[in-house]
Ligand binder design. Structure first.
Ligand code: DGT
Ligand code: CA
Ligand code: CA
Ligand code: ZN
Length: 592
């Protein structure tokens, strides 16, 4: 048996539907599509359903008939599906790539394959550039242009990497460079330094210690040689005297530039970006009679330019009459204007968190015990955590029912006493990640919720309700006076699942009225809420929490990505409730 997720099964059914449509088969494609949709919004795992009742239970899933049930059975049993393999052989094209091109559907993809042998994006672009698509019946010049545009867009949005997933490798490379004896400074600039959710490529800057120009040249050559020969390098685009560029085995591109000590700050500022921030900053410089580029800040005196600054970023901002702007908010969304008026908010700091309000244990789908999670939280410098295991509706995660959650309280008490006896100042709180059911009611009764220290609620099913229904569902859930936090409010998974459709402004408004906290889930591919919504909360005075959503002891490590997202959303300590002492947290919650 193979544990395949609902999402994966739905994906496969959708693929079959598209392949069938290519074959000009009627009705069947629609049946597969319907089954895919049904399985996507199913709250129970198909895998569990099958284990409980076999083929018969599969057939009871709405939209799933006998033929489709059998295919699901084959998938679960063998991990493969012959029917799909056969269909794929008939039109061996890269559907995933081609379908992201706006305007291309199953029928047109089939035609492009049959008439021009187009199998993927590269083939498609070649054909379009050779003007072959314009000549195909049913396409024409206009759609050829559209296709070229869409290819460009697809290239831009794909091939990006999730910050938290590549950071360990990126930092390893950075440290490795720093350890070279020739290197003085090494730093990753670009979107990585701005802590964007996804990273296109890495832009590394280094300076050398050697001041003598001739000697320095040799040192730089050594650094460049070292860089292009790193074990992770797959391909070398450029191996130059001041710049090299490589592709790593995982597909990530990395640029390395050597800059002079005197220009380090200017280069760091330029290559950190964003481009929009750079452009606006340069205009400020011009207005004040300077010129700013990656080499420094220059004053125009007559026809000459005099070097004024460039060694550090700080001195550049200072001479331009501004506060230092943290990289995370350099997006030209108002930070420059405020920095000129000395009115930037003081952002939450990377060591400001005192607690974590969402922690899973092996009582549900976490890997470690309450005590193990607690000891780990202590190591990460926290003062309190809330144990928030899933509830019974989420049966895949072995969610807790009334009875088990009450047993868990005894365990929490026990560990709390143990810590106290060891003289450790730490508090474990009783909480829950209570499932929001389809109609907005909650998976645990009020008489249980009342007794918890902190109640978190979240959505794990029916992701595709329409905006009105989904918004009302959440409003109903957070209107329960026992509810303190809404976890991962938009349910997005970066590069995998779109946000659920909600009226975020309305939810922020209700959260503000009811004193409900909205979460920033720090999981690298969640970062939910995202920065734009965080900023709305900050403006509306809604409190936020930054939680690890830890499922194992080392996961507290990812809190930093939540903090980064909070900073990108302009949040300060006053906005982030788990940067407060436990006393203050409870004072806030009591006022609800
Ligand atoms: P990415 O790699 O797509 O995640 O985003 P970035 O921001 O790292 O962009 P990248 O790698 O193309 O360029 C690095 C930095 O260099 C960018 O943040 C700002 C600067 N930069 C690049 N192109 C331009 C430009 O045309 N004008 C200005 N002013 N700055 C630029
Ligand atoms: Ca970059
Ligand atoms: Ca770059
Ligand atoms: Zn969850």
């Amino acid at each position: 048996m193979k544990e395949i997720s609902n999402q994966e099964i739905a994906q496969i059914l959708k693929e079959i539907s598209i392949l069938l449509e290519m074959q000009d088969i009627e009705f069947k494609p629609r049946a597969y599509e319907k089954a895919a949709l049904a399985i996507e919004s199913l709250s129970e795992n198909v895998f569990d359903i099958y284990q409980k009742g076999g083929l018969k239970f599969l057939e009871e899933i709405p939209g799933v008939g006998k033929a489709i049930a059998q295919k699901i059975e084959e998938l679960l049993k063998t991990g493969k599906l012959k029917y799909l393999e056969d269909l794929k052989k008939q039109t061996p094209v890269n559907l995933k790539e081609l379908l992201q091109i706006e305007g291309l559907g199953p029928k047109s993809i089939k035609k492009l394959y049959q008439k021009l042998g187009i199998k993927n994006l590269v083939d498609l672009e070649k054909a379009a550039r050779k003007n072959l698509i314009a000549q195909l019946e049913g396409f024409g010049e206009k759609s050829q242009q559209k296709i070229l545009k869409a290819i460009e867009f697809a290239r831009k949005s794909s091939g990006r990497f999730i910050l938290g997933f590549i950071a360990p490798l990126a930092e390893k490379i950075e440290h490795r460079l720093l350890e070279l004896k020739e290197v003085d400074k090494a730093i990753i600039a670009g979107s990585f330094r701005r802590r964007k959710e996804t990273i296109g490529d890495l832009d590394i800057l280094v300076t050398v210690k050697e001041k003598n120009l001739n000697k320095a040249k040799k040192h730089i050559k050594k650094i460049m040689d070292f860089f292009v020969k790193m074990p992770e390098v797959q391909y070398v685009y450029a191996h130059g005297e001041t710049k090299s560029a490589v592709k790593l085995l995982n597909g990530l591109d990395v640029d390395l530039r050597v800059v002079s000590q005197d220009s380090y700050g200017a280069a760091l500022n330029y290559f950190t970006g964003s481009k929009e921030h750079n452009v606006a900053l340069r205009q400020i410089a011009l207005k004040k009679g300077y010129k700013l580029n990656e080499y420094g800040l220059f004053k125009k005196i007559g026809s000459k330019e005099k070097f004024i600054a460039g060694k550090t970023e700080e001195e550049i901002y200072e001479i331009l009459g501004m506060q230092y702007i943290p990289p995370e908010i350099r997006e030209n969304t108002g930070e420059i204007e405020l920095a000129l008026k000395n009115k930037l908010p003081k952002l939450i700091d990377y060591n400001d968190l005192l607690g974590d309000l969402q922690v899973q244990t092996n009582w549900s789908d976490g890997s470690a015990s309450i005590e193990e999670m607690t000891r780990s939280a202590l190591k990460f410098g926290l003062k309190y955590i809330v144990i928030t295991d899933h509830t019974k509706h989420l049966s895949v995660a072995n969610g807790l029912d009334e009875e088990r959650i009450q047993k868990q309280w005894q365990e929490i008490e026990k560990v709390n006493l143990k810590l106290k006896s060891e003289g450790i100042d730490f508090k474990i709180l009783k909480g829950t990640e209570c499932d929001i059911l389809r109609d907005g009611s909650l998976d645990l009764p009020d008489k249980i919720l009342e007794k918890l220290d902190i109640v978190g609620v979240s959505i794990h099913s029916y992701f595709n309700l329409n905006k009105k229904e989904q918004t009302n569902r959440i409003i109903k859930a957070i209107s329960n006076p026992n509810v303190d936090i809404l976890f991962h409010p938009t349910c997005r998974i970066i590069q995998k699942r779109e946000e659920i459709q909600i009226d975020i402004d309305k939810i922020i408004e209700i959260a503000q009225k009811k004193g409900v906290i909205l979460e920033i889930d720090a999981y690298p591919d969640r970062l939910d809420l995202k920065n734009e919504y965080i900023r709305k909360c900050v403006e509306a005075g809604v409190k936020l929490s930054i939680d690890s959503d830890a499922h194992s002891p080392e996961h507290f490590n990812i809190l930093k990505y939540g903090i980064a997202e909070a900073r990108r959303g302009w949040a300060s300590k006053k906005d982030i409730i788990n940067a407060w002492s436990l006393e203050n947290v409870f004072d806030f919650l009591k006022k609800k």
